[in-house]
Design a protein around this ligand. Structure first.
Ligand code: DX5
Ligand code: ZN
Length: 221
């Protein structure tokens, strides 16, 4: 599968977001990864649907919205209408509400014509979301605990990536997007791709580089 790079704007200077998004597009980014944090599901607060709406007018790249929030169903309409191309929701945020909440949320996202995905934290078995694979356009495996950029990749996640790709193949979805988020660098990107991921989120590895184009190319190489 072709590798796609999704730079995370969490690592950007928020006062210059528009310019950064345009630079990322020229540098060869495939998606723009937008980390939405609510100060409750994770400690920090980042931004909401208004940011997605503003970025939407500046780039043709798909906007990959990663919701790290409680009660995600309450926000789907706003992010879909703001122009999100894909929205991912955390298994953990959904499971604590009800056993059917994740399934309902995925259906709600799709009802807006937006691609949907389920996310698992590093300490949650990927098997927990196997029952949702058929309903997902994308699976997002966290390779750090969510909340902050610049953390170190947790290597145990490699095995989960392999299991996720093997299961996707088993159920007849060999091309299912498997995205990995957290601590992706030019040093570990190849290993992560070989484990079966095809979308790599990269915050500090791209935004922290003096040459974003070279960084993106190197993550794909
Ligand atoms: C963490 C976010 C990540 C983060 C990745 O909660 O979901 O998307 O921005 O940043 P790096 O690539 O620096 O680990
Ligand atoms: Zn993210």
């Amino acid at each position: 599968m072709i590798t796609k790079i999704a730079p995370s704007i969490l690592s950007a200077d928020f006062s210059a977001m528009g310019e950064t998004v345009k630079k990322l597009e020229s540098a060869g980014a495939d998606l723009i990864h937008c980390d939405v944090m609510d100060g409750s599901f994770v400690g920090p607060i980042t931004f909401g649907a208004q940011m997605i709406k503003n970025i939407r007018s500046l780039t043709k790249l798909p906007l990959d919205v990663h919701l790290m929030i409680e009660h995600p169903q309450t926000q789907i309409k706003f992010f879909a209408e703001a122009g999100a191309d894909m929205i991912t929701v955390h298994y953990g945020a959904c499971a604590k509400i009800s056993p059917t909440y994740l399934k309902e949320t995925l259906a709600l996202i799709r009802s807006y014509g937006v691609k949907c995905g389920a996310v698992v934290n590093p300490d949650v078995p990927v098997e927990n979301i196997f029952p949702y694979f058929q309903e997902c356009d994308m699976i997002l495996l966290m390779s750090v605990f969510p909340g902050y950029g610049g953390q170190k990749f947790i290597p145990e996640v490699l095995d989960k990536i392999k299991k996720a790709r093997a299961y996707a193949i088993k159920i007849g979805r060999p091309d299912l997007d498997i995205e990995v988020d957290g601590g992706v660098t030019t040093d570990n990107a190849k290993t992560i791709r070989e484990a079966g991921a095809n979308i790599l989120v990269a915050g500090s590895a791209v935004l922290g580089s003096p040459d974003m184009k070279a960084a993106i190319a190197s993550l794909k190489a």
